[in-house]
Ligand binder design. Structure first.
Ligand code: GLC
Length: 491
């Protein structure tokens, strides 16, 4: 061990306390993986990582055991604001929960972008000030997505004169670029945050929180290698492509991992029947029970597609729904689970009405049912228009449910198609974001499904993969180390 690296990790969600989407998985599991690596002394660098999230009302309602840590004040242009900090007990590593007026009585994410801007500007600035309250100097500020981008900007502004942060570097991780936050220059003004000034960021976007983070981060990472390339193009760049092209030396991709022990069909108590790559015959019980549970005809030979997730335009459910209509000549079943936009929910229900003996749609969030779907489904549909990383495809493979997905972002980086890997394929990818391409891939997957011995090999290969955080956590530590070794610049 040659040094202790101190990392302030600020994020809007962290499971198990709070998870709206994949960001919450990362918030909960990456710090843990980093800490484990450091505790096992597998890297040269010892880590001291403090994870800070807002004390959302939702967490208070869970009555999670916490202990009070400290109170302090921060100043904005209008007034002094009180900050109250607790930390969680009964979690693998403590999570600091930060509270104050702009955080109270709010949803995790509001439909009012102004409320959100105020909440997260307060949160990000107060999280930086927590370091001062604890007399703890971070080497790296690791912020995630637009919600915490305010902190990256603030750090860049103050480190030229604020001795506590004079050597602190920032890493800003993009999990979902199109979600930029609301355009509220007056909130920036109140928290003394300057708009982004890089000329490659379009004028109308300079006050967007995402722009602030990109503009002032020492390094920008995103959650897969392919997405790191895609965001430099017009199709995926959402106006930031020129900026990202110009600064490509400070943009890189590190693939998300998962906690493998959380996703193990051989031990998972919520399944009808446990199984592994070595006892794959047992898996069929899960399919039969699932068909029974959802009143679908109990047929082993009928390929069962499943589609799980937030029903947003990003996730592309509409592509597969239409493709399945065009595949009515074939034998298949489909179960959809998720909630989201009204129009997508309706489209799913319409398909179920059209195919009452083949399609079931469950409009809800249900983590237990989702595991039964991973364990009982044959094919996992993931037609995302874009997918920075994605976690569901990894889980589905570990559960022997073979993915059919759009070749984008993390889906490209985690799924191996027969055309590219004739001896090692684990799923099926389609290149274009359209119905024909989805249909082609789904039809193709069914020809493989019909060949049982071959199908079992695909399943086994998928189940034996290692999607743990290990490799990526090492890459983050390396990046932290590199960053902390460079001199700091300021805005
Ligand atoms: C966002 C992205 C998803 C990614 C997750 C965690 O939810 O849409 O692709 O896996 O963040 O990084």
């Amino acid at each position: 061990m040659d040094q202790t690296l101190k990392v302030l990790f600020i994020i809007s969600e962290a499971e198990p306390m709070i998870k709206v989407g994949g960001l919450g998985d990362v918030g909960g599991t990456l710090p843990l993986a980093l800490q484990k690596l450091s505790d096992r002394q597998e890297t040269e660098t010892e880590l001291d990582i403090k994870v800070v999230i807002p004390y959302h009302d939702h967490i208070k309602q869970l009555n999670w055991p916490v202990e009070w840590v400290i109170n302090y004040k921060i100043q904005n242009r209008d007034s002094f604001l009180d900050v109250y900090v607790s930390k969680t007990l009964n979690t693998d590593i403590p999570i600091y929960l930060l509270d104050g007026e702009p955080i109270r009585n709010t949803d995790i994410y509001s439909s009012d972008t102004y409320v959100d801007a105020e909440k997260y500007a307060f949160f990000s600035c107060a999280a930086l000030e927590l370091c001062r309250a604890l007399k703890w100097t971070p080497d790296v500020l690791h912020a995630h997505d637009w919600h915490t981008a305010f902190g990256v900007k603030r750090l860049a502004q103050i480190r030229s004169f604020d001795r506590l942060f004079s050597k602190t570097k920032s890493l800003f991780t993009i999990h979902n670029l199109p979600y930029s936050g609301g355009n509220h220059p007056d909130v920036l003004y109140r928290y003394d945050l300057q708009p982004a000034y890089d000329p490659a960021i379009p004028d109308g976007m300079r006050s967007l929180p995402m722009a602030l983070g990109l503009d002032s981060a020492d390094h920008i990472s995103t959650v897969s290698h392919t997405y790191a390339k895609e965001i430099k193009t017009e199709a995926f760049g959402h106006g930031y492509q020129f900026f990202l092209q110009n600064h490509s030396d400070r943009v890189s991709g590190i693939l998300n991992g998962i906690l493998m022990e959380q996703w193990d069909p051989s031990t998972d108590q919520t399944l009808y029947k446990n199984f592994s790559a070595e006892s794959l015959d047992e898996r069929i019980h899960n399919k039969r029970m699932l068909q029974q549970e959802l009143w679908l005809p109990q047929k082993d030979e009928t390929p069962l597609f499943v589609m799980i997730g937030r029903m947003t335009y990003q996730k592309g459910f509409d592509l597969c729904i239409q493709a399945l209509r065009q595949m009515r000549d074939l034998n298949w079943q489909l179960i959809v689970l998720g909630t989201g936009e009204e129009s997508i929910q309706k489209a799913c229900v319409a398909l179920a009405n059209e195919f009452p003996d083949r399609v079931r749609v469950e409009i809800k969030y249900d983590s237990l049912l989702s595991k039964r779907l991973y364990a009982g489904g044959d094919l996992f549909l993931m037609p995302s228009r874009y997918e920075p990383c994605g976690i569901a495809q990894m889980i589905s493979m570990l559960f022997g449910c073979v993915p059919v997905a759009h070749a984008t972002g993390g889906l490209t980086d985690t799924i191996k198609d027969p055309e590219d890997y004739p001896d090692a394929y684990t799923g099926f990818l389609f290149a274009d974001t359209d119905i024909q391409a989805a249909e082609w891939a789904m039809r193709r997957s069914l020809t493989y499904f019909a060949d049982k011995p071959q199908w079992r090999e695909i399943q086994k290969r998928g189940m034996r993969q290692d999607f743990s955080w290990e490799k990526s956590a090492k890459e983050y530590i390396e990046l932290y180390r590199k960053l902390s070794a460079c001199p700091a610049s300021s805005d």
